[in-house]
Design a binder for this molecule. Structure first.
Ligand SMILES: *Cc1c(COP(=O)(O)O)cnc(C)c1O
Length: 460
């Protein structure tokens, strides 16, 4: 079978990449001067580049390759579905078996009465769907003014204009503007913003900002609150235990829909099927994507409660949908992914084996002189780099230390992401203790080298 040519010299691929390919979230000129790493194959938790270097993928691609690379079953299911029914839509009184089967499977897996599914192709699109869904829901209840959505600073909900407006990334808002009627409250980021408060007190304080924001806007004007159970791209921000129960109380008390953006937390990342279960909340809508297909094919789903679905269903036409909503090949691949997850008890592996093992080793990294805090939940973790552990100080040139560390990780055969000066991991869920050991060794080695570099530069 013809594959995309993997056998060009790396420099030729890099030159073509620089000439024609625009990279997401990238300074194009800076990248083109350096040349991109060319990843050519992957298996299990390992990546291989065009030079034959191997890397342990501490980020599961982009938080998505939950079952690991190289599962042939997914390829086979995709091929079979393409042969039988490569495409059909579900707009005009039609449906097809893969979309029905996946919707039913998601209804079975999702907690509570989240029994209805609207499909999209990416987490961003699913969150755009959610904006329209919650506003239309309230309009259909005779409350069209109930349309403001409250989110959080430093949230990540995707990159379309709607999703980035929900998100709280000011750098994104600055480029292209924002969708109206979305506001942002402060995040439950104790390490970075907690000051002298203890974590639980701070968690309550940040949750109650939601109540204050609802009061400011008037609850008759607020449609929903959206949040990630654990902020991922924001730097694996794990809220204090006091935070989520208070958020749930406030949403219930003020008749505000709760949207849990489970694009990262969903499908096992936190040691339960959904982050909402880990944090004991019952959302009205969950956004899912990434781990839904383990990244093998684009697909996303808004999983919706009985109440919201009934409201939408009795609101006339829902004027919304994507050509590829519920694409049969994507649905078939996602179903196979979920079948493997269930059959191999991968969520149980996270909860009982991989996460406890990682936790024990990861939290010890806080002993390193460069690390102000090590935190993790399930198989996602963060290390806060600091010039002064005692004061949780930030580096003056924020982000430079993180980039140095990221480079040392790459050079040492580990993909670890830097968000500013916070190093983050989210490895494939199938990672074993024998693979976590080198992850920790390589991370430690990169921290040592980063520390030495920063000392030499006089920054520590
Ligand atoms: C990645 C992500 C998204 C956006 O998903 P895309 O598939 O990149 O559009 C939305 N929400 C969260 C929490 C994410 O991590």
């Amino acid at each position: 079978m013809p594959l995309i040519d993997n056998h060009m010299p790396s420099a030729d691929i890099q030159a073509l990449d620089a000439a024609h390919h625009m990279h997401p979230f990238t300074d194009g000129a800076a990248l083109n001067a350096l040349g991109a790493r060319v990843i050519t194959r992957a298996d299990g938790v390992m990546l291989t580049d065009s030079e034959g270097n191997e890397y342990l993928d501490g980020m599961a691609g982009l938080w998505c390759v939950n079952i690991g690379y190289g599962r042939k079953e997914l390829a086979q299911v995709a091929a079979a579905q393409m042969e039988q029914l490569p495409y059909y839509n579900t707009f005009f009184q039609t449906t097809h078996p893969p979309v029905v089967a996946l919707a039913a499977k998601l209804a079975e897996l999702a907690p509570g009465d989240l029994n209805h599914v609207f499909f999209a192709n990416s987490g961003s699109e699913a969150n755009d769907t959610n904006i329209r869904m919650v506003r239309h829901y309230w309009a259909a209840q005779g409350k069209p003014e109930k349309k403001v959505i409250i989110s959080r600073k430093n949230a990540y909900h995707g990159s379309t204009l709607g999703a980035s407006s929900l998100g709280g990334m000011s750098g994104m808002h600055a480029q292209g503007g924002m969708v109206p009627d979305i506001t942002h409250i402060d995040q439950p980021y104790w390490y970075g913003e907690g000051g002298d408060m203890d974590a639980e007190e701070f968690g309550l304080h940040r949750a109650r900002l939601l109540e204050a924001e609802i009061a400011r806007l008037g609850e008759e004007n607020v449609a929903a609150f959206i949040a990630e159970p654990v902020q991922g791209a924001g730097a694996v921000i794990i809220p204090p235990a006091s935070y989520w129960p208070e958020i749930q109380r406030i949403c219930d008390a003020h008749d505000i829909l709760l949207i849990a953006d489970e694009v990262i937390c969903g499908f096992g990342r936190t040691g339960n099927w959904f982050g909402s279960q880990t944090f004991g909340i019952q959302p009205d809508i969950m956004t899912t994507a990434k781990g839904l297909s383990s990244g093998y094919i684009p697909i996303a789903a808004s999983i919706v409660s009985d109440k919201v679905a009934e409201g939408i269903n009795h609101g006339g036409d829902f004027n919304h949908g994507y050509t590829y909503s519920g694409h049969p090949v994507a649905c078939a691949v996602a179903l196979e992914n979920l079948r493997i997850m269930q059959e191999e008890n991968i969520v149980g592996h996270v909860a009982d084996v991989a996460a406890p093992y990682l936790r024990e080793k990861w939290l010890k990294l806080a002993d390193h002189p460069l690390v102000g805090e090590a935190r993790c939940v399930g198989l996602m973790g963060a290390l806060e780099l600091t010039p002064n552990k005692a004061t949780r100080a930030k580096f003056e040139d924020g982000g430079a230390a993180g980039l140095i560390c990221r480079t040392h990780c790459f050079d040492g055969g580990l993909v670890m992401r830097a968000t500013g000066d916070t190093m983050i991991i989210a490895p494939p869920l199938v990672i074993t203790p024998a693979e976590i050991d080198p992850l920790i060794e390589r991370a430690t080695d990169a921290l040592d080298k980063t520390y030495a570099d920063l000392k030499a530069q006089g920054k520590i």
